[in-house]
Design a protein around this ligand. Sequence first.
Ligand code: SF4
Length: 508
Amino acid sequence: MNIPFENFTSFRSGQEETIIAIRESKAKYVIVNAPTGTGKTILGMMSSIGHKSVYTVSTKILQDQIAQDFPEAVVLKGRSNYPCPRYRHILHFGKPAMADSCSKKGCAYLLDSDCQYENTKLSALRSPYRTLNLSYLLTEANGPGGFSNQELVILDEADNVEQELVGYISLELGKRDKELLGSYNLSEPEYLSKQETWKPWSEELLLILIPEGEKLENLGNNPPEYLISLKKQVKRLVSKLIMLRDCSDSTWIRYEIEGKTVYKPTWLTPILSERFLFRHGKKFVLLSATFPEIGTYCRMLGIPESDAEVIELPCTFPIENRRIVFDLDSAVDMAYKTQDIDGLLKQVKIILSRHKSDKGVIHTTSYRLKDAVMSLGDKRLTTHAVSDREAVIEAFKRSERPLVLVSPSVERGINLPDDLCRFQIIAKVPYQSTQDRVVSARLYGSKFGQQWYQADAAQRIVQMAGRGVRHGTDTCVTYILDSQFKKLYVQPRLFPKWFLEAVDIGDV
Ligand code: SF4
């Protein structure tokens, strides 16, 4: 098989066979469980050759990474990443307006092919290889229609697809939105909890907002900043209200969080996922290093398991480099009502003294437990709040000292190769909080909820364990201290084989 990408001259072991299997699969959904080190991007890119296709990821960082590795692919980001030459003189929230403030009608820059966003989009539409982020694909394919009707859609980081899709469909009303609706005397429905009132309310709003949006269509060359804001706000509300009007049913929930009101589906249904994502392609390749259990995953995405083929790749990293240590004798009970914090801290101290010269991470799941671990007073421990998370992580990486990062939120999106992390502690099984409205609606609203809850926690454990082992000669041991892990461990279907083979029921 020829490789048309200049940075790749040969395949790693197993890659060519996997690419052939993906290409030959007749399934609509090909789910490829590809642990770190298997090179999943090249699997996706090679699978797309000869097909009208798009490759999607969920972060800009990954888009940049792909741009570096695959210069043949056109990377197209969301509009807010490109300057708008027409409105660059207008300060929008203190910065020059970007292409998400676009008012195309009568734009001379567009006519002169001088708009960077439009030019990049055109190149992407014409290129055989294009990389988008998933939220952009959803907006484009369901809006103007660009990038719809694909032969193949590759969804990288596909463990995130459900969250992205639910987020795309949900309506969030912030303070500014509520003020706008109030100005039309159209605040929220009278009986808020009654879903039947949402549709007539959204219909009423749309009758006002759609003509408002049309009036704002052409803003000319020098609009006041507030009109740019209003146009964006109305456009967003119209698209979300249409989804609420057309799709909400008794399984949707409404709740308040941090001053916002959220309307969202508890689960994706087959109708929702087909309408907003899966109708845009004939075949989908879903790539991830950490899928939840596959039956649960298909149900979460609203796709029939019978239409899915699963390709599970082995982990190429030696088992001894990625050990997961779980000792039932010394494990502590961290169940919500019977938490043994003293027992936990005792075990943490033992492990810290064993790894005196090593950097490490302690995953605490909650800020409350993070504070308990920090109360040990060990000078190697470093932690963060929500606001300084990035800065603390960067300082941790740069430090020459054997620091230990204590965090409830580094289970994904952070790579700590080699000496940046030689050991990890999972202090508590990362079940999601039942205080969260969506979590409780899922967990207590259907039998499937319990299955999802456990699969989600197992998936998070696999993600945590992956932070410290990033290549074949990297080593990092992960200690799981919570005896609740046993409830998951005895259900092997919840974990990939390559994870289970590294679990070592030994002395902590
Ligand atoms: S088409 Fe014109 S208004 Fe729209 S982003 Fe480009 S330059 Fe700005």
